[in-house]
Design a protein around this ligand. Sequence first.
Ligand code: AMP
Ligand code: ZN
Length: 491
Amino acid sequence: MPQAMTDTALTLFNSLTRQLEPFEPVHPGEARVYTCGPTVYNYPHIGNMRAYVFADVLGRALSFKGYKLTHVINITDVGHLTDDADAGEDKMEKMAARRAQSIWDIAKHYTEAYWADVKALNIREPAHWSVATDYIDEMLDFAQQIAPKHCYELGSGLYFDVSTVADYGRLARAVTEEGEGRIEAVDGKRNAADFAIWRKTPAGETRQMEWDSPWGRGAPGWHLECSVMSGKLLGFPFDIHTGGIDHREIHHPNEIAQNQAFCGCGGLSDVANSGARLWMHNNFLVERSGKMSKSSGEFLRVQLLLDKGYHPLAYRMMCLQAQYRSELEFSWEGLGAALTRLKRLVMQAERLADAGVADLSTALVNPKFAPLIAKFDAAICDDLNTPIALTALEEALAVKKVDAAIKKAVVARMDEVLGLNLLGLSRPDLRICPKDAQITEAEIDEALARRKAARAEKDFAASDAIRDELITQDVEIMDGDPLGWEWKLGE
Ligand code: AMP
Ligand code: ZN
């Protein structure tokens, strides 16, 4: 087991108990985490990606504290309806029909697009990407085990009776204080909150994705998928289940109810009966105009940030500047400010390029670094307070008159948690270069070299001409730039 830097306990906010709780692993020395992944019917927006940056920082923090991490993120390729409750159409079927493509092709395309964003944001690969359609047999087993005591059949499917488990909806009530969230009526349901765990294909219809079951041909419900994959891969109870705050209303209460049924039906006064010891939720990324959407307004994808010339890690920086439980408002100015902050860090880290890396133990006893390491560790242990952790990293980079190898060890260790790739990036990586720019970076560098030569020879007419020529191509030369950046392309 890797050595933790200090003995401070990692404290995390449990949405189910509404309390900060010290992390106590189910299996000594291990941390098993399940994250609700994307439904691959469309590209993720950057708000969705905030959920995975959060889960990534959580995983990195657990590794940092010395736990052996097993992280699972699922890929939902069946069963998620356009409304989280039992209403609407299957998102995948709907997109496939609109595109006249097979669901499998749609799923492949958007899974790969999601993975590209994961990579761009320096999110670590989980131990397992569990794909829902790979677990149909296990879902049928799980459903058959809980059906006799907890489910009933209607014409449209097999439904879970939420009155058969204690404390149904506690997670939602903890949030709203008003019960079960939005629930659509389905004829014959015993309780408004009952939900389908198996949805039958309507008579006379065929669906692209359907399987035989004891309740007829059909497809699993979305909530069933996550219960089955998390239990199968991590074992009940596992340590932490994560998702965005919207999941506190329907998806996670329903997963919890199924897990209680599967595990022997204990109430939630023992949180482990929910299937996980901790339920953690990231707050939303919002736009000034309100909720982030894939259909209205500008579709804010990681690719759009890239097209506008921003390095994707500027967006990661933006996420880290807020604690995960705070709402975060996206704006292009905010993204620009995060980029500038990242540039400053990279400039300082570049000075360490030629240094070796000292053993971290030397930093822990160094009077300049020890307090900063303690500050960083305390911030991370305080429910992943990344805004404070970032300032500790900045202060470490700014320490003067120290052995560069020790500084490098500290920066590397802190950045293992924050994931900004500070020692891998260089200034040119962070220049704003929009996709539709008319000029290449090599051409800009070549023009700047000619301009430098002209200025050295005091040929200011020639140097001005080169600058004017660059301006017509949207290149702004930043002679007096305090960051020492030489140019940027217009936005
Ligand atoms: P989905 O693909 O719709 O299931 O969403 C993927 C993840 O993104 C889930 O954990 C959601 O809770 C989360 N999510 C959705 N919208 C936002 C948002 N605007 N900000 C942060 N997380 C979000
Ligand atoms: Zn889920």
